[in-house]
Design a protein around this ligand. Sequence first.
Ligand code: 4AD
Length: 477
Amino acid sequence: MQSRTVSELLSQQTTLLEVDIKGWVRTFRANRFIALNDGSTINNIQCVVDFEKFDESVLKRITTGAAVHIKGELVESQGKGQKVEIQVHNIEVLGDSDPETYPIQPKKHSFEFLRENAHLRTRTNTFSAIMRLRSALSFAVHKYFNENGFYYMHAPIITGSDAEGAGEMFKVSSLDPKNTPLTEDGKVDYSKDFFGKETNLTVSGQLEAETYAMSLGKVYTFGPTFRAENSNTSRHLAEFWMIEPEVAFMDLAGNMDLAEDFLKSVITHVLEHNQEDLEFLDQRLLNEEKSKPQAERSDMSLIEKLKFVTENNFKRVSYTEAIDILRSCKPNKKKKFKYIIDEWGTDLQSEHERFLVEKHFKCPVILFDYPANIKAFYMRLNEDGKTVRAMDILFPGIGEIVGGAQREERLDILKERMAAIDIPEEDLWWYLDLRKYGTAVHSGFGLGFERLVMFATGMTNIRDVIPFPRTPHNAEF
Ligand code: 4AD
């Protein structure tokens, strides 16, 4: 007989004489009730064991964490809390689990403890819900682009260029660190390295995606990106996944429309398809909020926050307007911000972004037209000569979730911007070629996938929304 999933059995409308199911024991109560889970749903199926029919040696092996194979009958449940349950006829313990040492006990564990046991944490309700949502969001990303005429492009992971010009890259080398070849002036001789040049793990697939947009029209990447920035915050990872659409003949206004439509679409997808997991996480957040002082509690539940994003327009505000608001706001005047805003041109910190989104506008915000000198070289210079056609999307509870721009398509200006920050033209000859042969207005953005998963799950630490987080001093598993 073919095994069924817990999800399939729980949604059965009729009773079944014979069912066959495999999963892991969450709890075994009163030597009689097994709560069984197989990952197919947040819910467990209750399996009722008539202990008189089973040998004591078998019953002893039914412990939390054990893998079991159950055969029995699906019947209407006698008890409260579930519609159906399995009357167990036969149980085989496939894999024992020592109850003394099994880390995932049926009790509340701290997130820190679960991070240390990341290989087992998806056996909890919270983490199984998060990872099912992560998978659904990932599917929704591909679905959206597929339905909107985009091609999926695989940008290289090993690259010779620093797309963001921030220099925060992990080196890729096969040179022997104990015997590094040096040039005459004492520098590492990368011509002797595997690729014959200095290479790194990519920080963004954008520059390569631009080449494809300028031939295929509408493309997107969705892959791992790496940043060696030493920021040990709850919003940064050294390895994260980024989604980067890039579109030819699209200006910044079109870019904002695309980003807003895309974000609304993927969030709507999980609202429609992942209701049970969202309801569970909604309740979890509600319980967590209760332990906070009244003033710090959110006035919206998780599902309300998601619906709020899908049902309302994002507020579009220029950097200059944002600076005016921030300069004259209470926390700035009362010096409550760590970084006081006094001049046009300063970069915004996450405290400022969150003030704009959570306190001032109380909705997602798209900030655009930033000062050129705080943004990357590839962004299109505005007529004022001091701002660029950049946009960042800020979400409540998260801060920046998307960064993007209309790209500089004019060869002479792009060369000037590169020269100003010492990027040699020969390093990006192919990127400059796009501006020589059939150049055109084009735009794109990058969405940090984990920041989206944080928003959709209500989790506040980015380490809890990626299977095995990579952060400074941490690459376990
Ligand atoms: O703003 P960023 O640096 O933009 C780019 O990389 C552009 N090349 C994107 C583009 O235009 N195609 O990064 C984009 C997004 C951020 O808004 C943030 O959500 C996420 O990537 N991000 C990180 N997420 C987790 N950990 C980190 N260290 C991140 N750095 C950026």
